[in-house]
Design a protein around this ligand. Sequence first.
Ligand SMILES: [Zn+2]
Length: 308
Amino acid sequence: MNWISDWALPKISGLFKRDVPENLWHKCPACEQMIFRRDLDAALNVCPHCGHHMRISATRRLECTLDEGFSRIELPKAPADPLRFRDQRRYTDRLKEAQAKSAMDDAVAVAHGTIEGQRAVVAAFEFAFMGGSMGAGVGEAIVTAAKLAVLQDAPLIVFTASGGARMQEGAVSLMQMPRTVIATRLVKEAGLPFIVVMCDPTTGGVTASFAMLGDIHIAEPNALIGFAGARVIEQTVREKLPEGFQRAEYLLEHGILDMVVKRGEMRATLARVIGLLRVPLVLRQPEVSVEEVTVLSAPEEPSPPAQA
Ligand SMILES: [Zn+2]
């Protein structure tokens, strides 16, 4: 507490301080190698040494999935803090902080555009926004995305990354489970593909609702996907869980997923899947009637089972 430490030292260190950003390097949490931030960004947050998929922001996700020129849509406002919830801090304060940090209103961003030239509506969860938890705002985002997909006659793709229901919204957050399920049903009823890409982690109420109802289930490598945490399950069933339990590769092996796709190949994979699921545009020209297309592509009647 003297003038040297209070005044002189900061001045001197200020003189020599170079303008180097502190986060120029990033340490991979899996292999602990240092990665140059710019390289990591170019590799879409995938470690170039060990292939570990780190989390990626919703904004970046939209950018690397959709073709240039996509439009992000404004989402309807959900009632903020319906229960006037407070734990150590007020829920409204937590919300404000998350909004300022992420520049998003809630934990999901929605955009429409094209993926390798094919129309698509994409919703991406932002895990950094209160653990990607699903409250009324997230429910509203999924409903809006689903309605937009129907309106645009485009497939709906949702990238999930969520800890589950948002406990600060209590029953209101649980209500988002049936809401989102009904919303994705609208997409299916319109005959449009609904594709879920599960990212690390996809758990709780999101897994227990729309995330498990996709036509195609894709996941990123090693993503944690499950309902309850492994420790809770172990304590309940009193058994040691197998190696890799609740990880993407394990779930692929056990039939919960259709594909595990690296982030760098996701865009091309989505484009291929959409191309396979949708009637090609050539066949949708007015000169070819819908009936003709249906007849052309209708599978043959299944033959009756042979009598034993
Ligand atoms: Zn690594």
